[in-house]
Design a binder for this molecule. Structure first.
Ligand code: F6R
Length: 248
């Protein structure tokens, strides 16, 4: 696991955007695994800037999002469909047919999960996966007590996640209780992973992910077994790490 401590959120976002740009430059038909939430918003803004000013071309890029709330309308501004359209897809030239986000309104959710996995396979896997991390150590919506073997599946969000995500909703009661999420197996199959975290609310999650053994109580701890993970964090999120152990 490579750990990069950036000076601040802006620097870690620019570093991440540059890594994605280099991936796309070297392999124009790259398959990107994408995350939502507050953490990657500046990465998307920087990629949009690169598209507009540096001619970064997304014409052959394929994307798979990590997750979506169950039962939510894609037009609902709290849906991850809406987030991705408004924070990224509307501003770059990724063909509509190359964009995959789990359908939280699918009639047959099990089939939706299987089809999602099949689509990833059809595109020969994810080249680079962007992850945020929950305060409880979740990745995607794989909550503590995670089943490491699971592929894309439905998950019940835990109280901690519902509370953390309530900031996007008018009322905590409006936060959906279930979601579709890539499983740990799906995430671990990505060829390369970039996990991003900023701010003091992530300090414990980052500490446990790196220092605890591999435990289902800290889903992100499984990343210790992935051969190509870079953890990009700011000084605040790195606060509890032993600086001598940071290997870059
Ligand atoms: C989002 C996702 C989640 C978030 C995590 C951190 O697609 O899968 O795992 O990455 O909850 O969220 P933020 O960035 O809002 O702190």
């Amino acid at each position: 696991m490579k750990i990069v401590v950036a000076d601040d959120y802006k620097e870690l976002s620019i570093l991440t955007a540059k890594t994605l740009a280099s991936q796309i430059f070297l392999k124009p038909d790259s398959v990107l695994g994408l995350a939502t939430g507050s953490t990657p918003t500046l990465v998307y803004r920087e990629l949009i800037r690169m598209h507009e000013q540096d001619k970064l071309d997304f014409a052959h890029v394929v994307t798979f999002n990590l997750d979506e709330y169950l039962g939510i309308d894609p037009k609902n501004e709290n849906s991850y469909h809406y987030y991705m359209q408004h924070n990224f897809f509307n501003e770059v030239n990724i063909p509509k047919d190359n964009i995959y986000i789990p359908d939280g309104q699918a009639e047959d959710i099990d089939k939706e999960c299987k089809d999602y996995e099949m689509s990833i396979c059809k595109h020969r896997g994810i080249d680079i996966q962007i992850l945020g991390i929950g305060q409880n150590g979740h990745i995607g919506f794989n909550e503590p007590d995670v089943e490491f073997e699971a592929a894309t599946h439905t998950v019940k969000l835990n109280e901690n996640t519902i509370k953390a995500n309530a900031r996007f909703f008018k009322d905590q009661n409006e936060v959906p209780k279930f979601a579709i999420s890539m499983g740990i197996k799906t995430i671990m199959n990505a060829k390369k992973i970039l996990l991003l975290a900023n701010g003091e609310t992530k300090v414990d999650a980052i500490y446990h992910m790196i220092n605890d053994g591999i435990t289902s109580q800290v889903p992100a701890s499984i990343l210790q077994l992935h051969p190509d993970v870079t953890v990009l964090i700011d000084e605040a999120a790195a606060e509890r790490l032993d600086k001598h152990k940071i290997i870059v």
